[in-house]
Each structure stands twice: as structure tokens, then as C-alpha cells.
Write a protein that binds this ligand. Structure first.
Ligand SMILES: [Zn+2]
Ligand SMILES: [Zn+2]
Length: 317
């Protein structure tokens, strides 16, 4: 496959850098990979078997084995034997895996709002109230809609510094949308943004208020050539915009566009999931909802009836 050869140059000078821990970043270390997102998308459509995954996304066998193994190791999938002679296992979502469904809804929400395609069934989920709906992100305490301007963050019991993502060769997970999955529409736009570990980390970092090249670099421990490439990519995707903040020499900062800011429910869900499943010492950061003063516990709801939308009461379109 063409994209397999598009690997970033190795980065001999990159030291292991300590960065401030946060649950969204930890979650993205697991999920910020295009193939992983596609596998999970299919898992929520009850795809469980190797051949079926392979048939639906046309992924090389070795890559699919690798991704399934990783998801099994972190506890998102469990292997269940469904046949002896020859032995065959299928991959089922665990409780930890099923808990990613609200993240999936936050991805669907963003695509519906910015890239709605009536021909894409993924954009037409149906709630148990009977209606096709757009998910909303609300505060679990006061039930108001949550936006990034309504929250603030403080250090939690698990606050610490930890090594930046391991400097393995980062495969550029960005390919034209049409090449993604043999014409099966999924959530292609969101996968382009989130499905590359560094682009997704840059976005999470932008929500932490970072705007300048050096700030991103210090927060992420990413090599300058890779950072520069990903910032350009995110500007092209319409998630960030460049703004001149100094002349001679010209210096640019990168701000979230409206489309980018609207990714906030996704960040809130990544934090919620990471806090719950990956933060053994407690949450590294705690998000408060200004409107009610309580710790933010985001929930995804149906915009038609206002009730919570969950893996149990949503039918894919
Ligand atoms: Zn609230
Ligand atoms: Zn509903």
C-alpha cells in the first residue's frame, strides 16, 4: 500500500522529553491511529472476526494483526474462541472498549455538523426515541451544553510528568479520503484529524491553550520537522489557522478555527475515558464546568429528545 512507505525520516537527535501528563494524550497514544479508529468503528457495528475486518478495510494482514494485538493488550478487546480445528478467535469489545462509544458519538457529532453527507449511513444514527439525531455533549451535573469556553482545568491527584510518546518512527497516517477504505464511507474526515498520533496530540495541546511552535514542541516532545508538517496539515484541514504575531522575523501562531474548537466534546470524552481507564493514580487534570461549578462529567445526549445516547440505545444509520 502506498502509504506504508510514507514514513517520516528517523530522528536521531530526539531526546526522551518529559511532558505534563493528561488523560487525552494517554488515550490518543492508544487510539490516535487511523487503522485503530477504523477497527473500532467496525467493532461497534458488531464486526468481530479477522477476515471480516480485513474485508471491510483492506488492511495488510500484518498491520491488522498488529492493531488487533495492541487493542487486546490494552484491554479494549478480548479474544474469544469461536471455533476449534482450526482454532479461530474473534475480538469482542470489553467494558473498557464499549465505554468508547460516547467518543464515537462525539466523532459522529463533529462530522454531522461540518461534513454532513446524506449518503453516509454513519451520519444518520437513530436514537431509541425513534428519531435520526445529532449527538450533543452536555454536563452530567447541570445538563447544559458544554463548550471549551465554559471549562477550566486544574491539576488533579495524578498530576505528573511522563515521557513524551515513544520516538518510534511515526508513519504518516494521512491519505486522501477516497483511498481510505475502498469506498466504504466511515468517518473519514475525523479519522484524518485524529488518526495520526501527532495531529491528534497537536489538537489536544491547542485546547490546553498552546499556540506557538515552541509551546507545542515543549508540550509534546515532537521533532520540529514532524511538528511543522502536522501544523501545515491541520491548517489545510481547516482545524487550525495561522496568524502572524510578530514581524521581522515573521512568527506565526496557530489557533483553533470554529471547526477546530467544535472538536471539544471529543477532547472531553478522551479525558473522561483516559481518567477512567488509564489513570491509576487518579486524574492528572480535573476539568470544571464554569456554569455549575462542578467537575465536568460529559455525557452524550440526543438532540431530538434530550435523553442520553449510549451504545445500548443507538442504532447505526
Ligand atoms: Zn455543569
Ligand atoms: Zn432521542
Amino acid at each position: 500500500m502506498a502509504e506504508s512507505s510514507r514514513t517520516d525520516p528517523p530522528d536521531p537527535a530526539l531526546p526522551t522529553q518529559l511532558v505534563q501528563a493528561n488523560s487525552a494524550t494517554r488515550a490518543l497514544n492508544i487510539l490516535g491511529d487511523r487503522w485503530t479508529l477504523m477497527i473500532l468503528y467496525l467493532a461497534f457495528q458488531r464486526v468481530r472476526r479477522f477476515d471480516e475486518f480485513q474485508g471491510r478495510i483492506g488492511l495488510a494482514r500484518s498491520l491488522l494483526i498488529d492493531r488487533l494485538r495492541r487493542l487486546n493488550t490494552v484491554g479494549i478487546f478480548k479474544k474469544v474462541r469461536y471455533q476449534e480445528r482450526p482454532a479461530r478467535d474473534e475480538y469482542r469489545l470489553t467494558e473498557m472498549g464499549l465505554d468508547l462509544y460516547s467518543l464515537a458519538l462525539s466523532i459522529i457529532r463533529w462530522e454531522q455538523r461540518w461534513f454532513y453527507d446524506p449518503a453516509n449511513p454513519a451520519h444518520r444514527p437513530r436514537h431509541s426515541c425513534g428519531k435520526v439525531f445529532t449527538p450533543e455533549c452536555r454536563c452530567g451535573h447541570c445538563n447544559e451544553l458544554v463548550s471549551p469556553r465554559d471549562v477550566y482545568v486544574v491539576e488533579g491527584p495524578g498530576a505528573e510528568f511522563e515521557p513524551s510518546p515513544p520516538p518510534r518512527a511515526q508513519r504518516r497516517s494521512i491519505v486522501p479520503a477516497g483511498d481510505l477504505n475502498k469506498g466504504n464511507p466511515m468517518l473519514d474526515r475525523a479519522f484524518q484529524v485524529l488518526g495520526d498520533r501527532w495531529t491528534s496530540h497537536v489538537i489536544a495541546s491547542a485546547f490546553m491553550g498552546r499556540r506557538r511552535f515552541n509551546d507545542f514542541q515543549n508540550a509534546l516532545g515532537v521533532a520540529p520537522n514532524i511538528l511543522s508538517d502536522r501544523l501545515t496539515r491541520l491548517v489545510d484541514l481547516g482545524v487550525l489557522r495561522r496568524e502572524l504575531y510578530q514581524q521581522r522575523p515573521d512568527r506565526w501562531e496557530y489557533r483553533l478555527t470554529d471547526e477546530g474548537r467544535d472538536l471539544y466534546p471529543l477532547i472531553a470524552e478522551l479525558n473522561r475515558w483516559g481518567d477512567k481507564w488509564l489513570a491509576t493514580k487518579g486524574p492528572p487534570l480535573i476539568t470544571y464546568h464554569r456554569a455549575c461549578g462542578h467537575v465536568l462529567e460529559p455525557k452524550m445526549t440526543c438532540d431530538q429528545c434530550g435523553q442520553e445516547a449510549t451504545v445500548l440505545n443507538v442504532t447505526p444509520g
